[in-house]
Design a protein around this ligand. Structure first.
Ligand code: EPU
Length: 342
């Protein structure tokens, strides 16, 4: 295993922004992870685990520690359970499930990143999230080097959350994830926009759902297309805020909004999920807005993009500008979704 000094991180991220790692190594096995932990411990370096880099904003100064790129591979199928190495490409796994007529992840087509990232932020889209299918997560505990196994219940999943980005952030290095799929082949069609976009078929196939989801994502700049700067993003840059009923009603009553079309989705305990994209637009920031070399995608307000050669500072300035506008108009604070490194 090689430890390389001063490796630029921008090429390892979908945003393509940020400085170098002081040290960089690639782990293809659990033994490699052990070696990397030892390397970092001996030099007293912090360690950051890098997957697909699709939900990451790296600071311009880079990272003064060891970045461990996870390259553990392999997909095993046992009945309707897949166990995949954390470094496997997520969308390739979805494609395999669809091809083998296994349902449960088809709505998560076209999402960039690796398998290991999916339980961390409970990846979700178009009415599905991985919390529905994850049955086991294997990991190495960074502090001790010991292998641990988590059941779904032990992962602590909620909207864009798990123990791995919550109370245990940085504590575990995920090595594999098992997903229990369904061999009945019936796709999930919960999301109205997905239902509307499907070709006229009373029972669409998994493959049709996959193609339709990819088409929708593409139309929103949320599919990586080579050479298209509109998709140099980290997906949604903000979470959809979950507020109490009184706040949702207060937001809806602010004069001058397109309130009739205000998206609101019921959550547990009487709370309401608002659309961050809608709030941003109503706060006066339109698709295609630019600030320096950073900008808002021309196809989706939540995708902040690198228009070419942007610095992390430019993306932060844009983030702060958007947050301030939404807070001033609605009194709602938008939480950043991508991880900040450095
Ligand atoms: N909207 C706007 N302007 C836009 C886009 C959307 O006003 O530019 C409004 C529309 O009214 C729309 C509503 O916002 O009905 C919801 O939009 P959309 O269906 O695009 O979903 P989203 O809430 O913006 C979430 C996830 C995406 C996921 C989609 C589809 C979050 C933070 N984002 O976006 O996930 O793909 O739903 O399920 O939950 C990601 O997390 O990186 C991500 C891409």
């Amino acid at each position: 295993m090689q430890f390389q000094p001063q490796v630029p991180l921008a090429p390892y991220t979908t945003l393509g922004v940020g400085g170098p790692a002081r040290w960089f190594a690639e782990a293809a096995s659990e033994d490699d992870i052990g070696e990397a932990l030892e390397f970092a411990r001996q030099r007293n370096l912090p360690l950051f685990v890098l997957g697909g880099g699709s939900n990451l904003l790296v600071a311009d100064a880079g990272y003064d520690g060891l970045v461990l790129h996870i390259a553990l591979r392999g997909v095993e199928r046992q009945g309707d359970i897949y166990r995949a190495g954390a470094g496997e490409d997520w969308d390739a796994l979805v494609a395999q499930a669809v091809a083998e007529n296994l349902a449960g992840v088809e709505c998560l087509s076209g999402i960039p990143g690796t398998v290991g990232g999916t339980p961390v932020q409970n990846v979700g889209a178009y009415g599905q999230d991985v919390a529905e299918t994850v049955v086991e997560v294997r990991a190495i505990e960074a502090g001790t080097g010991k292998a641990v196994i988590f059941s779904r219940e032990e992962c602590g999943f909620s909207y864009r959350r798990s123990r791995f980005n919550g109370q245990d952030a940085g504590k575990y290095i995920l090595t594999s994830v098992s997903y229990k799929l369904r061999s009945d082949g019936a796709p999930a069609l919960k999301y109205p926009e997905l239902r509307r976009s499907l070709p006229d078929a009373s029972e669409p196939s998994l493959a049709q759902v996959r193609e339709t989801v990819k088409k929708i994502r593409r139309s929103k700049g949320m599919l990586l297309v080579a050479g298209d700067p509109d998709c140099h993003s980290a997906g949604s840059f903000f979470k959809n805020p979950i507020v109490d009923l009184a706040t949702a009603d207060r937001v809806a009553a602010i004069p001058g909004n397109d309130t009739a079309n205000m998206p609101r989705y019921p959550e547990s305990q009487g709370r309401v999920k608002l659309s961050a994209a809608w709030l941003i637009e109503q706060a006066g920031i339109a698709k295609g807005f630019t600030l320096g070399r950073a900008g808002v995608s021309s196809r989706h307000t939540l995708a902040l993009i690198n228009r070419g050669g942007a610095a992390a500072a430019e993306l932060r300035a844009l983030r702060d500008h958007i947050r301030a506008a939404v807070e001033e108009r609605f009194g709602v604070w938008l939480e950043q979704e991508p991880v900040m490194l450095g």
